[in-house]
Design a protein around this ligand. Structure first.
Ligand SMILES: C[S@@+](CC[C@H](N)C(=O)[O-])C[C@H]1O[C@@H](n2cnc3c(N)ncnc32)[C@H](O)[C@@H]1O
Length: 302
């Protein structure tokens, strides 16, 4: 289907506005390839008609379909491996200490949870990989009174389509062959026909919700660790900066942010302290600088 320069600009602008994806001229083919079927499904003959319909109807399901079609949902269990080694060997012990400290402060065996947010979680492999590691950590640390219920694992994505798959937790043979060992497949999945379904006790460790990273996300509360991998690459610098700012505000003091292997924030913000752990670039929320305002002197008259 023909995609004129004007149609491209209109649809590109629409996509940018609803989800922040910045589709450059050289990626014009993505719109043609990925939205072509939607145009026909919507009963339109041209991209121009389709754009006019999107603008006229402003329908949420149609918006959702465009998002589902244009976003790249590539993911796998333990993708890139080293970020998960860093989570296991560097972050989890720190989170364990945090749980103990919070419990002792709260004088309550339950204590406030440590909270981990997997933003842009796609079809769920990333949060389930984290849940598996938390489960394994807890097995080792249960004598210290740490349990899986001390961890709150929030997973979000903009696309309802991928979230539905994540919530179902059902993966085909190719998907489970990527990143999982035979032992992990046997332990953490049950067979369902030709697919494997994540065990319900791993499934129940993750709370899935829809969230658009370009919208405000105060409602999610604060986190100790945020994983936001392989999505910032699709945004322009202005959008990246805004999202990083929101992550900064959503992190507890000294909280950690994990980006994708090809992502960094060097030209975007200096609010985080980069930390190299093995092959992983982690970012830690810097504490606010000590106040330079001199203390107020109270003068008492004798
Ligand atoms: C390439 S996947 C990355 C999945 C996973 N984080 C990983 O690294 O394996 C990118 C995900 O970002 C989501 N996404 C794109 N734009 C988004 C936005 N504005 N808000 C939230 N999620 C978004 C897509 O739906 C997609 O599932």
């Amino acid at each position: 289907m023909e995609l004129s320069k004007a149609d491209f600009e209109n649809i590109r602008e629409y996509i940018y506005r609803i989800c922040g994806l910045d589709i450059k001229e050289d990626k014009k083919y993505l719109i043609r390839q990925r939205l072509g079927t939607l145009v026909l499904e919507a009963g339109c003959k041209t991209f121009a008609e389709f754009h006019a319909k999107l603008m006229r109807e402003n329908s949420a399901p149609m918006k959702d379909k465009v998002i589902g079609a244009i976003t790249t949902n590539e993911t796998s269990f333990f993708r890139d491996k080293h970020p998960f080694d860093t989570f296991k060997n560097y972050l989890l012990p720190k989170l364990g200490e945090l749980i103990k400290a919070r419990k002792s402060r709260a004088m309550d065996v339950k204590g406030p949870k440590v909270r981990i947010w997997c933003a842009a979680a796609s079809t769920g492999q990333e949060p389930y990989s984290l849940a598996i590691l938390i489960h394994e950590y807890v097995q080792v640390c249960r004598f210290f009174g740490i349990s899986t219920s001390d961890f709150g694992l929030q997973a979000t994505d903009i696309s309802s389509e991928v979230l539905a798959k994540a919530i179902a937790g059902e993966y085909n043979a190719i998907e489970v062959s990527r990143g999982l060992t035979p032992d992990q497949r046997a332990k953490y999945f049950v067979k369902a026909g030709n697919s494997l379904v994540i065990q319900s006790w791993i499934r129940s460790m993750v709370d899935f919700r829809r969230a658009n990273l370009i919208e405000p996300f105060m409602l999610f509360g604060n986190f100790d660790v945020i994983f936001c991998r392989n999505v910032l690459i699709y945004f322009d610098d202005e959008t990246k900066r805004k999202i990083l700012d929101k992550f900064f505000n959503a992190l507890n003091e000294n909280g950690f942010l994990m980006l994708g292997a090809s992502e960094n924030m060097y030209t975007l913000t200096n609010k985080f302290q980069p930390i190299r752990v093995g092959d992983t670039n982690l970012y830690q929320k810097k504490s606010p600088p000590p106040s330079t305002t001199p203390p107020i002197q109270l003068k008492f008259k004798p």
